[in-house]
Write a protein of this length. Structure first.
Length: 132
């Protein structure tokens, strides 16, 4: 199957979600030292990662989790039938394409409520938030 790898920049470190080994890595951009931050195996396949509001947001199969580097994952929402391929966060909302749900969804990160924002797509796999 596909190996999903996502990365985000957090301060002077590149954080990589390594789906092949189900782990999160931190790469220091000055020394190139690689550190394993955590295993993601416990919450399911590593599929999507972003960083916003001082927190990581991780999509694993049909679940969205939130955490900091020092805490365990908290389940924010489960979207039945969706496979979260990517994720972006704006304020208290997360947006993600679900390639087998054929839609872009939005999720309220405080309540866990979700809805299809853009239905009837053909296998959307990536999403980017453009600056104004």
């Amino acid at each position: 199957g596909d190996v999903y790898k996502r990365q985000v920049l957090v301060e002077d470190k590149l954080v990589v979600l390594d789906g092949g080994d189900d782990r999160m890595l931190s790469i220091d951009l000055e020394t190139y030292e690689v550190e394993v931050i955590r295993s993601t195996w416990a919450v399911g396949p590593a599929c999507a990662l972003t960083y916003a509001n001082g927190r990581f947001y991780h999509g694993a199969s049909s679940n969205i989790y939130s955490f900091t580097a020092d805490e365990e994952e908290t389940l924010l929402a489960t979207i039945p039938g969706a496979f979260i391929a990517d994720i972006v966060v704006l304020g208290r909302m997360a947006f993600f394409p679900a390639d087998n749900g054929n839609a872009v969804y939005q999720v309220d990160l405080e309540s866990g409520a979700y809805s299809k924002l853009v239905p009837d797509l053909k296998s959307p796999i990536s999403i980017v938030l453009l600056p104004e």
